[in-house]
Every structure is written in C-alpha cells, then in structure tokens.
Ligand binder design. Structure first.
Ligand code: ATP
Ligand code: MG
Length: 271
C-alpha cells in the first residue's frame, strides 16, 4: 500500500523538490556567495573577519548560500564554521549551549547557568587552532539578540581569537535593532538578497527538473511559466519548487507521461 518505488510516471525523485534538500551548489547567486566568502575569509589567515547581516525576503537563497560557504570553510580550512538556526534555539541560554555542543563539548541541553556556559565557551574557543565563524540563521527569532551579540564579542576579545558573525534575517538592517553598545561593537556590514527574477528561477528549476523527473517528462515551457508566475508574485524559490512537486504528484495521480503547458493549465485550474 505504501510502496515508494516508482517504475512509471513522471517523478523519479521527489527528494530533490522537498524543503530539506540542499543543492550541492547554489545556482546563480555568485556575487552574494563571494561576498559571504570575503567576510569570513580573513579567519583562514588568522585575521579579523567582517561581521555580516544577510537579509532578504523568504525563499531567496539566504540559507542555501550561507550554508554552502560555511560547509566549504569547514572543509577547506582549519576555521571552525558553526551554523545555528535561531528558530530552534531562540534564547540566550539555549543558543550558547548549542554553540558549545557544536564545538564538541558534550553538554546537556538544558539547565546550565549562562555564566558557566560562557566560561566553557571561552575554554573551547581559546583551545581552537584557528578562528571561529558563527552563522545565526533566522536571527529575527532570537529573543536576546543584544545579549548574544555582546556575549560573542566579549568571548572573542577575552580569548584573543577572531570570531566572525553572519546573521541571517528576513528584516533589513533598519529593522534589526540592537542596543547602541552592541551595534557599535559589532560593526556590521550588510548583504541584501533580492527576490529571484524569472530567468534566475528558470535556471534553478531546470536543474531540479533534471534531478527529480524522468528525462523529457516536463517541457521547458512549463518551467518558464512557473518561473514567470512565481517571479511576478514573490520571487520565492521555495514556492516554485513546491509547485513543481505538486504538479509532478498530480500528473502521477492522473497517469500522465509528460507535462506540457496544456497539462499545466489543467493542473492550475483544478478546483
Ligand atoms: N540559488 C539557488 N540554487 C538552488 N536552490 C535554491 C537556490 N536558492 C534557493 N534555493 C532553494 O529554494 C529553497 C529556499 O531557499 P532558502 O532556504 O535558501 O531561502 P531563504 O532565503 O533562506 O528563505 P527564508 O527567509 O524563508 O529562510 C530551498 O529549498 C533551496 O534549496
Ligand atoms: Mg532561510
């Protein structure tokens, strides 16, 4: 009843269209990726990095690009590159504990006083070979933003190790408000991600279609129409991928072998 093996139909790998799938390389976004690299690269030479606030609307590749750069930084240098999603760790204490765990300390998840976590962090960062890069994704979700930024800056100063902070947020720099003391310590540069254009979405979707569908199952025009619709609405790549997945499932339910604009029109007109 729940056998997942598909030998017929248009979809061959839904995974490539799901939210949790991470592409090996972001498609396009070279300028943005280079900018993130530039900000953290000094860490690989034991020099002071730039702190960066990455911002932009939903589904425009912020997480994809930051994660890509952090994975490479970790693989290709002796810099510790730690990625944390503040949606999961949204208080000062849970975030600092997670940072400690990510650094390799077998800490229990809850219940330690912040001072103790900070002194453990000092110990660990002090022992690290190179600098440390920390990405705080969904930074808007963090409750104690000012305190955490202050903690990390103090940590970096106290152990004389360079620490680079990349904060990722849906809100622009004017809306991310830290108190003046943290703001001046942080000395943060910004990088805005724009919504995707139609042609950028075509390039991203075309790659996913190759991975997720049987060869030739989706006509190029269908990809163009989805890209056009989503670009004129939000430029949110997550929505475009979600639409491709629903389309594929719909086509499979209806026993179709290929999808052209006519079938796509039918799909869009379903009640
Ligand atoms: N340049 C890209 N190349 C390939 N896939 C991409 C690209 N940009 C976005 N995606 C895909 O689109 C989806 C949304 O991207 P991502 O999570 O990076 O957006 P985001 O800007 O972090 O959004 P949010 O603000 O909601 O967190 C992901 O599934 C990702 O794989
Ligand atoms: Mg994100």
């Amino acid at each position: 009843m729940f056998d997942n093996s598909t030998t017929t139909g248009v979809l061959r790998s839904e995974t490539h269209l799901t939210k949790n799938f991470t592409p090996q390389e972001p498609v396009g976004r070279d300028g943005e990726t280079d900018r993130i690299v530039e900000a953290v690269k000094p860490l690989t030479r034991q020099e002071r990095p730039e702190n960066l606030l990455v911002h932009g609307p939903a589904g425009v590749g912020k997480t994809t690009c930051v994660r890509h750069v952090f994975d490479r930084l970790e693989d290709e240098s002796s810099t510790m590159a730690i990625y944390i999603n503040c949606w999961q760790y949204d208080t000062r204490s849970s975030l600092l504990t997670e940072l400690l765990i990510e650094m390799g300390y077998p800490a229990p998840r809850k219940g330690r006083p912040v001072d103790e976590i900070l002194s453990r962090l000092q110990e660990f960062v002090g022992k690290s070979r190179g600098g440390v890069a920390v990405a705080l994704d969904e930074f808007d979700r963090l409750g104690d933003q000012t305190e955490v930024v202050y903690d990390l800056e103090m940590l970096s100063n106290s152990v004389e190790r360079d620490l680079g902070l990349v904060m990722v947020s849906n809100r622009g720099p004017r809306q991310v408000r830290l108190d003046p003391r943290s703001e001046s310590r942080l000395d943060c540069l910004t990088l805005g991600f724009d919504p995707y254009s139609e042609s950028e979405l075509v390039n991203i979707l075309a790659r996913r279609v190759e991975q997720a569908f049987r060869p030739g199952a989706v006509e190029d025009e269908v990809v163009e129409v989805i890209a056009e619709e989503v670009a004129s609405d939000s430029g949110d790549c997550r929505k475009a991928l979600g639409r491709l997945l629903s389309l594929g499932r719909w086509a499979d339910r209806n026993g179709m072998d290929d999808i052209g604009t006519e079938q796509y029109g039918e799909f869009r007109n379903q009640p």
